[in-house]
Design a protein around this ligand. Structure first.
Ligand code: NHR
Ligand code: GAR
Length: 218
């Protein structure tokens, strides 16, 4: 059997993307989740991790003086587990440049928009307000630039005239659960990597993000 890629997953909330990764490990995703770390004690994702027998850690940012000391402690905890890839899965704290540098080329984020559109928060509301007819989610390597790191994979969904931010978010989230495990799998197999600030796919620079096949939206 091939060696599994060790992961550390960072969460702040519900952890449905974490769940999709956990479910993937029970089928064809060659990873081992060594720890789930939350900045919030009450994050439901911690419960999901416990249910799956995964070690959990809470690092409460309100107990720290500032971002530098928080991120120093966070980096040290992450390193205890020696992950090959660190996964931001609904982690809601902006990370300092020094933390990001520590894990350069080894940290993924999933963001609920078709980047470079709608960086930052409240993406679904902003997409509706902008009159977009197509929206989606992106998996990217994390760099110092917030939601600006090189893209790996995207998925698109239609925006319906009657959508509220919540109904649109739910449609996007379902697709996130497909692209996040798929993008992690490519990294785990060694077919996707980042060197410098360039993403390579099967040895060639990736010019535009891999698009996950769109089936009929549900
Ligand atoms: N850090 C760096 N350096 N680069 C990225 O690309 C990052 C990152 C940290 C998190 C996730 C991101 C998203 O996908 C992410 C990408 C939080 C905020 C934010 O404003 C923005 C973007 C993302 C995550 N957070 C507030 C803060 O002051 C707190 C908001 C809250 O607690 O609700 O950190 O969208
Ligand atoms: C997901 O939609 C994710 O893309 C988004 O938060 C949700 C987390 O859901 N991430 C961000 O907005 C990061 N700032 P989950 O906890 O159920 O995986």
């Amino acid at each position: 059997m091939k060696k599994k890629l060790p992961l550390v997953v960072l969460i702040s909330g519900s952890g449905s993307n974490l769940q999709a990764i956990i479910d993937g490990t029970n089928s064809d995703l060659p990873v081992e989740i060594r720890a789930v770390i939350s900045n919030k004690t009450e994050a439901y994702g911690l419960e999901r991790a416990r249910q799956a027998g995964i070690e959990t850690r809470v690092l409460d940012h309100t107990q720290f003086d500032g971002r530098d000391s928080y991120d120093l402690a966070l980096g040290d905890i992450i390193e205890e587990y020696q992950p090959g890839l660190v996964i931001l899965a609904g982690f809601m704290r902006i990370l300092t440049p020094s933390l990001v540098k520590r894990f350069h080329g080894r940290m993924y984020n999933i963001h609920p928009s078709l980047l470079p559109k709608f960086r930052g928060l409240h993406t679904h509301e902003r997409a509706i307000e902008a009159g977009e007819t197509v929206h989606g989610a992106s998996v990217h390597f994390v760099t110092e630039e917030l939601d600006g790191g090189p893209l790996v994979m995207q998925t698109k969904v239609p925006v319906m005239p009657e959508d509220s931010p919540d109904t649109l978010a739910a449609r996007v989230l379902k697709r996130e659960h497909l692209i996040y495990p798929a993008a992690i799998k490519l990294f785990a197999e060694g077919s996707v990597k980042m060197e410098g600030d360039t993403v390579y796919h099967n040895g060639r620079p990736l010019e535009s993000p891999i698009l996950l096949e769109t089936e009929k939206a549900t």
